[in-house]
Design a protein around this ligand. Structure first.
Ligand SMILES: [Fe+2]
Length: 257
């Protein structure tokens, strides 16, 4: 399996604090069946700016360490872009690390509380420039628990959606789990990633989530696609062919006179 969203670099964000924890995380990933990880530290806006060149350099150093310790895990540079003013412009200027060498895919953190005005337009600017935004863990935003229409619009625009494995398995609470599972059933989720931050509390695990996805999709091949072939194509910068999304039902509004 391929994990496209993982905070495994030591000392760069709220992920592992030292190299030893990064190595524990790598062993955990391998035991879970993960052979490839894209290191995606927080980047651009927010607390951890992490410029692209720094991420590339840190990934090279951790790769060397894996090699010297004979840890069979492939590691690639990426980032998780925090929303900020001029986000699209800064991404297109090369400030953040893409998920692929061809610079066609960028991981963008979905806001946790609200959806800022202008967010959709920033994503549209990226699409206009042949960059596909992959929206990370929208199921963790309570606004999305009640209304998934905005995600349908983003997917129709050409964005991809990534859900967190722990959301699917219930680790972030029932509302988040129900929402993540609903996104799968509406075909509004395209990849599953760990968003791991540590060796103990939030380790890199995908296998349990694949079992849940298999139950929802009634097809193990389709569930595996979300952690295998689709992430592989993204990593290679190839186009992906997502399933046709189902438009979520609009919430009924009641008026009292
Ligand atoms: Fe993350």
């Amino acid at each position: 399996m391929i994990d496209l969203h993982c905070h495994i670099l030591p000392g760069v964000d709220d992920g592992p604090s030292d190299i030893y924890e990064s190595i524990y995380m790598a062993h955990h990933a391998i035991e879970d069946g993960i052979h490839t990880i894209v290191a995606t530290p927080h980047a651009l806006g927010g607390t951890y700016p992490n410029p692209r060149q720094k991420i590339i350099k840190d990934v090279a150093a951790l790769r060397e360490r894996f090699l010297s310790e004979k840890i069979p895990l492939s590691l690639y540079p990426g980032s998780e872009v925090h929303i900020c003013p001029d986000m699209a412009k800064r991404i297109l200027a090369g400030e953040a690390a893409f998920l692929d060498e061809n610079e066609h895919y960028i991981l963008i953190e979905f806001p946790f509380q609200s959806i800022p005005p202008g967010f959709k337009n920033e994503l549209f600017q990226l699409k206009l420039n042949r960059v596909t935004p992959i929206i990370a863990h929208p199921e963790r935003n309570p606004m999305i628990h009640h209304e998934q229409g905005v995600l349908y619009d983003l997917v129709t625009m050409g964005c991809l959606i990534q859900v967190t494995s722990t959301s699917l398995t219930g680790g972030f609470g029932e509302d988040t789990m129900i929402c993540a599972q609903k996104l799968l059933s509406l075909r509004l989720a395209h990849t599953i990633a760990s968003d791991a931050h540590s060796a103990a509390q939030r380790p890199p695990s995908l296998s349990l989530a694949v079992e849940v996805a298999t139950d929802i999709l009634k097809d193990k091949g389709k569930a595996l696609e979300m952690v295998d072939n689709r992430p592989k194509d993204i990593l290679a910068g190839k186009p992906v062919d997502p399933p046709v999304a189902i438009r979520p039902e609009k919430k009924k509004r009641f008026f009292f006179f």
